[in-house]
Design a protein around this ligand. Structure first.
Ligand SMILES: *Cc1c(COP(=O)(O)O)cnc(C)c1O
Length: 243
């Protein structure tokens, strides 16, 4: 079996599982967007997924995103269904913002004021409005990105004062459960949905997006309201290690 065929098959089984999870939760399957997380995977696999109809891709490293987006642009011109939509989902340093603004249709990992300021400054200079999500560190794990839940209201309000950025919702990466059970992460997904509801009410912003759920737990995330699920391994197989 060719690489492309196996990716097409894995994609269709992930899509079927998304549809099942959405229906079981009484949700419209079209309300959940599948993001294929292609970090560290070669362009050939991204192109195979594109050929299988996948449009949304998530990348973690700023230069890798820039390079892949550039390389796929020519392919995009012939592709059916419109251009690739890139999502930046990894930790973002201020000095790498320039590679991401205007390339990623959505930055999922805004977690502080100085990062937000740099995104806003670059977007303003490019004459565009950059859609973003705030990443919340729900497990309060010091080694991970994301703002603390108590910092969230101030960061949401900071968006209101910066016209070149737009806040679309929240993202989280829960701590890996000790027993590997997807049920163990359900309380984190529920908490993020609750924070979104509260912040939307408080700020008056719609905040339509909830980015949560990965290969191991996306059906649980969908049951708790995910609108963007970030799935890597279940589509592309194991990732090469970072050089
Ligand atoms: C790598 C990564 C994923 C995908 O993880 P899989 O377990 O391979 O599905 C999702 N979200 C983020 C933020 C990631 O870094």
């Amino acid at each position: 079996m060719s690489e492309g065929a196996s990716i097409a098959e894995r994609l269709s089984s992930v899509r079927a599982e998304i549809e099942r999870a959405a229906r079981a939760a009484g949700r419209d399957p079209a309300s959940v967007t599948l993001l294929a997380v292609s970090k560290l995977q070669p362009l050939s696999l991204v192109a195979a997924a594109r050929a299988a109809g996948q449009r949304d891709f998530g990348e973690n490293y700023a230069q890798e995103l820039r390079d892949k987006a550039r390389a796929l642009r020519s392919l995009d011109e012939q592709a059916a269904g419109g251009p690739t939509r890139w999502h930046f989902i990894g930790p973002l340093q201020r000095n790498k913002v320039k590679y991401v603004v205007g390339v990623a249709g959505l930055i999922h990992s805004v977690d502080g004021l100085s990062l937000l300021d740099e995104i806003a400054r670059r977007a303003d200079a490019a004459g565009l409005v950059q859609p973003c999500l705030i990443e919340v560190n729900l497990g309060e794990e010091p080694q991970k990105g994301g703002c603390a839940p108590e910092e969230l209201p101030a960061l949401v309000d900071a968006f209101l004062a910066r016209p070149s950025v737009r806040l679309d919702g929240l993202m989280c990466i829960p701590p890996p459960p000790p027993d590997g059970s997807p049920e163990a992460v359900r309380p984190f997904f529920r908490r993020l949905a609750e924070l979104r509801r509260k912040e939307s009410e408080r700020s008056g912003l719609a905040l339509p997006e909830l980015s949560m759920g990965m290969s191991a737990d996306f059906p649980v995330a969908i049951a708790e309201g995910a609108t963007l699920v970030r799935v890597g391994t279940a589509i592309f197989g194991a990732r090469p290690t970072r050089a």
